[in-house]
Write a protein that binds this ligand. Structure first.
Ligand SMILES: C[S@@+](CC[C@H](N)C(=O)[O-])C[C@H]1O[C@@H](n2cnc3c(N)ncnc32)[C@H](O)[C@@H]1O
Ligand SMILES: [Zn+2]
Length: 938
């Protein structure tokens, strides 16, 4: 036990089981990951640039740590008993829990402690970490912070650039003074800049300089607005201009330009309500701002549109046709102005904007991908990236791009004057310019004609609410030279703050490289591999990132000639099943993905350091939190069935020569504690731990497999429960140890002579789990065992007395005894379980003559429900540890029954009890402590 024998052509080693292959404190990892995904948690490494479906940092961190430290069962010499192993495991859990605290970057000492622990398990040298699909870079960033040499690879140039920022650019300039003259010439200047503070300060400084220069050049395009008298009549900044796009009405008798608007609300923030009311005059429309009344019904929705002039409904197909044939124009809806502490809405003629010649920006005149599922502007006659900007936006972005390019002279001069040697000054300039280009990209998200006005929080919302570039009919044009969301200044300050965060607890040994994971690339090192690969056609990373790439290439292409050689992001080798790359052929697209995936993972099998499991993330749900995280659908919007997808992944890993040793469902949504049902409530990610399967692995039969499951699952289950896994996640986590057995063999043969499929194996594992949980019953009293069996058959409904009696004989108890125990009520030949709300409120376990685990569990849930955690904790301390622990175990079993029966609210009760367990035990002990103290004082 506790070891995996692994061989490959190059290495033969006896490997120790790692913590991640046995147990994890999953609830704490979930909580921390959910927090990390929340919008509005302040500066965070993710803030330097948008990336689609970034992994939460705490998950990446916990997984790396638990892949390095041995599970105590690997050291029977040091931890000979189950109890000793549990204690040691609990100590390791505590380190993981410490690693899960908020804003960990501010606690380098916690990283250091984790590093010191890991070093004990690897004889003093950490292995290099490789993430071949590193994307936004969560895994390599955490690897570097934990002290590994971090190697980030990706095919996508922007991903590579972001990883270079995290691992190379920022760490290179730690603890460095800013070079800008303002700081240097200030006699009272701050000294001792820590972390990336100096670099961040320079980003702020040169950012301001860019804005000043931009204001000189294009300030006149953003005229101020005169406030109405009741607001003091002064001039103030416009926050945004709101527009509606129009198409020509297909009704020949009308042919007006019909404005398409998703909602006429301007502000819906209690108690303020404001909307734009359309006023028609001949074939023209203008809008007045109204405080009262209901707004006009929207004129466009997912289904189609409606002409404001003649009332005709316009089908989606007609909208597309008219837009393509006659073009789309814009009409002004309203102007939002800044009144210090709030916003007001003014009619568009409150401010006169100059006419603007549309600049030609050759680099941006590139077609968007022809994948119409996610890129819809081309369907409406806007095929190129340049088409999704207004003339003013295009002018502003070109001006900013030029200014960033130009400012390199200033930075270089200042850096030299600040005493940096020539080569160093060159590098520093590159760092600052790169950071400014990230600021630029942040601006892009808000300053395109697809960004919209959110009436609920009165802000410009960026284009990437979804992992797509969808057409927007009404849109908001932010004042890029102002100070609100989307303005250059706001973006530059925010990106600078995020750079500072990256610099905190930063590691100093990392690299970002552009590599096609499916190609044969060489590196003599053996890596600890942890990765979150792309999955079928989930997200079109390459196509989406063209949006930024075309601009980045224009602005910093000369600084990174290798990264920006191609006009658009390289698409062909990208691992995605995108039919549009194969003339619409879905089969070919699928084949491209699957064969590439296998190639990549077979290569990793050769590159991995066999002492550690390779960890792979499978994203069940990839919506980002702000895009809404409550979709329960098992079928993603593009039709990939996630359950089948999961089986396919397991299969792909098995055929690439891996054995699966653990499967951890991680829930990174705020609402995860409320999740009731296993199948409907998908985890955000499953983390799989994999080992290279020996090339000489044996075959076995179905019966061998089942016997092995029965033998090994009970201990595995105990370990999962030690981590207080949520009952809702038990089945998913049990797949790990089950698959470890299945995939240990080259094949499991069915009696038909065919090899067992992954789907069958998964079913058998789930059945075995049920049986093992049923066996845990042996630890419960007879009355509880009777109640369990009854509950399974009848729930809380009535049943026949005779049936109850027969059952009671089988369980070695008696019906009248069960009545006495307060578990059932029996009347008129019928029997049923006592419901929770019928339980005696003044129940005192110490006075109960026939105490059962069943009652204890039901009372705990009721106390939790009625009196909260304190009440439940009080009850728990009266029950005593042993009975309490049994109640927790019973909850797992009851959950599984409810899940099978589809009783979801009952299931939720048991899930919740387990989840608050650590808190209850903590409170219970501290209360006992208090009572003791009280006694003493008395
Ligand atoms: C799921 S994402 C990784 C996200 C990342 N974990 C994060 O936190 O942002 C998958 C990545 O695989 C990359 N990718 C796709 N095909 C690739 C290939 N053939 N070689 C290398 N990387 C590839 C994509 O560019 C994307 O960044
Ligand atoms: Zn019309």
């Amino acid at each position: 036990m506790g070891e995996y024998r692994v061989t490959s052509e190059s290495q033969t080693i006896n490997n120790r089981k790692k913590l991640i292959e046995v147990a994890l404190p999953l609830p704490e990892i979930n909580d921390a990951s959910a927090y990390d995904k929340m919008p509005g948690i302040g500066p965070h490494p993710k803030g330097i640039h948008h990336w689609w479906a970034r992994l939460p940092l705490p998950t990446a961190r916990a997984v790396l740590f638990a892949s390095v430290v041995d599970d105590p069962s690997s050291h029977p010499d040091k931890f000979p008993t189950e109890e000793a192993q549990n204690t040691e495991r609990e100590r390791l859990f505590d380190i993981v829990r410490e690693l899960m605290q908020k804003k960990l970057h501010e606690h380098p000492e916690v990283y250091a402690k984790a590093r010191a622990e890991m070093l004990k398990h690897v004889d003093g040298t950490l292995p290099p970490v490789l993430d071949p699909f590193s994307g936004g870079g969560s895994i390599p960033l955490e690897a570097a912070r934990l002290g590994f040499d971090a190697h980030a690879a990706d095919l996508n140039p922007i991903a590579v650039l972001l990883n270079k920022c995290n691992l190379e650019l920022v760490p290179r300039w730690l603890d460095q003074q800013p070079v800008n003259p303002k700081v240097r010439q200030n006699v009272l200047r701050k000294t001792g800049w820590r972390g990336a503070g100096g670099l961040a300060e320079d980003v702020r400084y040169y950012g301001r300089l860019v804005r000043e220069r931009a204001t000189e050049k294009i300030g006149h395009l953003y005229p101020k607005v005169k406030l109405p008298k009741e607001y003091g009549g002064r001039e103030t900044n416009v926050i945004a201009w709101l527009w509606a796009r129009t198409i020509q009405c297909p009704n020949p008798a009308c042919s007006a330009r019909a404005p398409l608007v998703r909602s006429f609300w301007l502000c819906r923030k209690k108690p303020r309500y404001m909307h734009a009311k359309p006023m028609l005059k001949g074939k023209d429309v203008s809008f007045v701002i109204c405080k009262d009344g209901e707004p006009e019904k929207e004129t466009t929705s997912g289904k189609g549109a409606r002409c404001l002039f003649c009332g005709q409904t316009i089908s989606k197909a007609q909208v597309r046709e008219m837009a393509t044939r006659h073009g789309v124009n814009e009409v002004p809806l309203a102007v939002v102005a800044d009144v210090g502490r709030g916003r007001i809405y003014l009619p568009s003629d409150a401010v006169i904007c100059p006419e603007i010649d549309r600049p030609e920006v050759q680099e941006i005149e590139q077609d968007m991908t022809n994948d119409r599922r996610w890129f819809s502007p081309p369907l409406y006659g806007l095929p190129r990236f340049s088409d999704i900007f207004t003339s003013r936006q295009l002018t502003a972005m070109v001006t900013l791009s030029d200014l960033i390019k130009d400012i390199h002279r200033d930075v270089l001069r200042d850096a030299k004057e600040a005493g940096l040697a020539s080569a160093g000054a060159e590098d520093y300039r590159k760092a600052v310019i790169t950071c400014l280009s990230l600021v630029f990209d942040r601006c892009l998200r808000f300053n395109d004609a697809l960004a919209h006005w959110a009436s609920s929080n009165e802000k410009v919302m960026d284009v990437f609410g979804l992992q797509a570039i969808p057409m927007a009919w009404d849109f908001a044009e932010a004042n890029i030279l102002g100070d609100s969301v989307g303005a250059w200044n706001t973006c530059s300050d925010y990106v600078a703050d995020c750079i500072e965060v990256i610099g905190k607890s930063a590691g100093n040994n990392g690299k970002g490289r552009q590599i096609d994971a499916a190609s044969s690339w060489n590196d003599p090192r053996a890596f600890l591999v942890s990765t979150d690969p792309p999955y079928y056609d989930n997200i079109g990373y390459a196509a989406l990132s063209d949006f930024f790439y075309v601009w980045l290439r224009r602005t910093i292409g000369n600084l990174y000639p290798d990264l920006f050689k191609t006009i658009l992001v390289p698409k062909a080798p990208e691992l995605t099943a995108a039919p549009e790359r194969f003339e619409g052929n879905k089969e070919k697209a699928k084949e491209h993905f699957e064969s590439g995936f296998r190639k990549a993972f077979s290569a990793l099998r050769e590159k991995m350091d066999l002492r550690f499991p390779l960890t792979v993330y499978y994203a069940f749900k990839q919506e980002d939190e702000k895009a809404g995280d409550d979709g329960d659908s098992e079928v993603s919007k593009n039709g990939v069935d996630r359950t089948t997808g999961w089986e396919t992944l397991l299969d792909a890993l098995l055929t690439s020569g891996f054995q699966i040793t653990a499967t951890w469902p991680v829930r990174a949504s705020q609402k995860w504690r409320m999740v009731a049902r296993g199948t409907n409530a998908l985890a955000s990610y499953i983390v799989l731990a994999c080992r290279a399967r020996p090339s000489d692995a044996l075959q076995c039969t179905r019966r061998d497999f089942m016997n092995q499951l029965k033998k090994e699952l009970p201990a595995a289950l105990k370990h999962l429960q030690q981590g207080n896994i949520a009952p809702v996640d038990l089945a998913q986590a049990a797949i790990g140890p089950g698959m470890a057995i299945f995939s240990r063999y080259a094949k499991v043969m069915e009696s038909s002579g065919r090899p067992m499929t992954v789907r069958t194996a998964l079913n058998l594992i789930n059945q075995a789990l049920d049986e093992v949980l049923a066996e845990q019953e042996a630890e419960f009293d007879a009355d509880t065992r009777w109640a369990l069996a009854w509950f399974d058959q009848h729930g809380v409904d009535e049943g026949e007395f005779g049936v109850a009696e027969t059952l009671s004989r089988a369980k070695n108890t008696a019906v009248n005894g069960l009545v006495q125990a307060g578990i059932i009520s029996a009347r008129g030949g019928k029997v049923r379980l006592v419901k929770r709300d019928e339980l005696p409120a003044d129940w005192d376990p110490t006075a109960d003559k026939r105490l059962t685990v069943w009652e204890a569990t039901q009372h705990l849930i009721r106390a939790l429900d009625k009196q909260g955690e304190i009440g439940a904790a009080e009850l728990l301390s009266n029950l005593g540890g042993g009975l309490g622990e049994n109640a927790r175990e019973l909850s797992y079993r009851l959950y599984k029954i409810c899940e099978r029966k589809g009783w979801s609210s009952e299931a939720l009760a048991y899930n919740s009890l387990v989840l608050v367990w650590p808190e209850l035990t903590r409170l219970a002990t501290s209360q006992v402590g208090k009572m003791r103290q009280g006694e003493l004082e008395f």
